[in-house]
Design a protein around this ligand. Structure first.
Ligand code: BES
Ligand code: ZN
Length: 409
């Protein structure tokens, strides 16, 4: 059910046909002004978007279609795959809140979920996408998974951290942008996180965050080899590639921060501290994208899951729009971890908007993670994995070059 909803949203506005096969009432979103003109009663209206939720009687659907066609417009309303909720259930759901603010919040979230106004193409992203390749992705995953272990409690838990820092500094050398790269120390682990930053030109105190954890594990007190190719050399490689490509583009309006988090595998330790300090400093983080495991196409190549817990409807919607606008060819399933499974949860818990596209649905994910068998193998798909770099690029470029932020009810 979730899946078909996502697909329909991805199609954008569809032209309604009031046929005999249509249900008695057609759930739809429509422009409030048009509904008022045609005297069609709305169930709920949202001022911000100018949209209303309606359940159209056949005669109202015909009137709306005829009106749109008389204006030479196909659209102006969107038929939904299913009713949002019956009016009674909708009201009942909100009753315990008994709060006009809460009503608006729920309404805005629902409208956001279903409004499919696509984001506009930013032509410079096409050239950026041309820089993305499965081969590059493989090179970084091979490199990162060749360290004996990236476990946080290793004798020297920062061997790979310093090595990646050096690689990033090397990449930054050919950039004309104001870039800084630093290691972040933590109180609960001696492993350090890495942060690279491209300073924003217009709104430098607004931040777009990309991240993935750089550590690996083979279980509690992880000893010996822990290659962590999928978990999470793959997501770390996506973030390195995003940094490489974005550092060669124009200066973004907002500041972009890239994180390779420490000690995620022992309880989101690095990111929890980073996000907590960000909140304490009232840091204006517009959105945080987490890439953790992008290499194993458990539902088939280019099918990914958008995790719906500890993430924000606003950013999940942007993911769908990115896929449509740039014809990335992803099939986006909706799924849940069921717990704070990765570093996005650290940001989310501090109140920041987050997004987590994942390699496959939870039940089809790579079963070899946290073992010595999490290596590059015939099951690895670097083209699938590279898709996540394109998503990271589009996510970042869209958010870092506009003044959009999470809608407030
Ligand atoms: N890569 C996993 C997270 C993951 C697992 C995401 C399954 C989606 C599906 C991550 O590195 C991890 O292992 N997380 C821990 C939780 C953490 C709080 C220690 C886990 O899932 O056990
Ligand atoms: Zn893990």
């Amino acid at each position: 059910m979730k899946q078909s909803t996502m697909c329909l949203v991805g199609l954008g506005l569809v032209c309604a046909q009031a046929t005999a096969a249509s249900p008695a009432r057609l759930p739809a979103l429509a422009e409030t002004a048009t509904l008022e003109k045609l005297e069609i009663p709305a169930i709920r209206s949202d001022k911000r978007s100018g949209l209303s939720y309606v359940e159209l009687k056949p005669e109202h659907a015909s009137a709306l279609v005829n009106y749109m066609h008389s204006k030479n417009r196909c659209g102006g309303f969107q038929v939904l795959p299913e009713p949002i909720l019956s009016q009674e259930a909708f009201v009942a759901e909100l009753k315990p809140l008994n709060d006009a603010e809460a009503t608006r919040a729920v309404m805005a979230t629902r409208i956001l979920r279903f409004s499919a106004e696509p984001i506009a193409v930013r032509p410079e992203l096409r050239a950026a996408f041309d820089q993305v390749s499965g081969d590059n992705q493989k090179r970084w995953v091979d490199y990162l998974s060749s360290f004996e272990t990236r476990y946080h409690n290793n004798a020297d838990p920062n061997i790979h951290v310093r090595a990646v820092q050096a690689k990033l500094e090397e990449l930054a050398k050919t950039s004309k942008l104001p870039i800084s790269i630093e290691l972040i120390s933590h109180t609960r682990t001696s492993q350090k996180s890495i942060r690279a930053r491209i300073l924003g030109s217009k709104r430098p105190t607004e931040f777009v965050v990309l991240g993935g954890h750089l550590d690996s594990t083979v279980g509690w007190f992880s000893r010996g080899r822990a290659p962590g190719a999928d978990d999470n050399a793959s997501g770390s490689a996506n973030i390195i590639e995003s940094f490489r490509i974005l550092s060669q583009m124009a200066q973004p309006e907002r500041t972009i921060e890239f994180y390779w988090y420490a000690a995620e595998e022992v309880g989101l330790v690095g990111s929890a501290e980073i996000a907590r300090l960000a909140k304490e400093a009232r840091k204006d983080v517009i959105g945080a994208l987490q890439l953790d495991m992008t290499l194993f196409p458990g539902n088939g190549p280019f099918t990914l899951a958008s995790m719906e817990d500890f993430t924000s409807p606003w950013l999940r919607q942007i993911l769908v729009e990115i896929n449509t606008t740039y014809a990335l060819g992803a099939q986006i399933l909706a799924d849940k971890c069921g717990y704070g499974c990765s570093d996005h949860a650290s940001w989310y818990q501090q109140g920041y908007p987050t997004l987590m596209p994942f390699e496959a649905s939870f039940d089809k994910m790579n079963r070899e993670i946290h073992t010595v068998r999490d290596v590059v193998s015939s099951a690895s798909n670097f083209e699938h994995s590279a898709l996540f770099t394109k998503i990271a690029l589009a996510f970042t470029w869209e958010l870092a070059n506009s003044d959009v932020r999470e809608p407030q009810p």
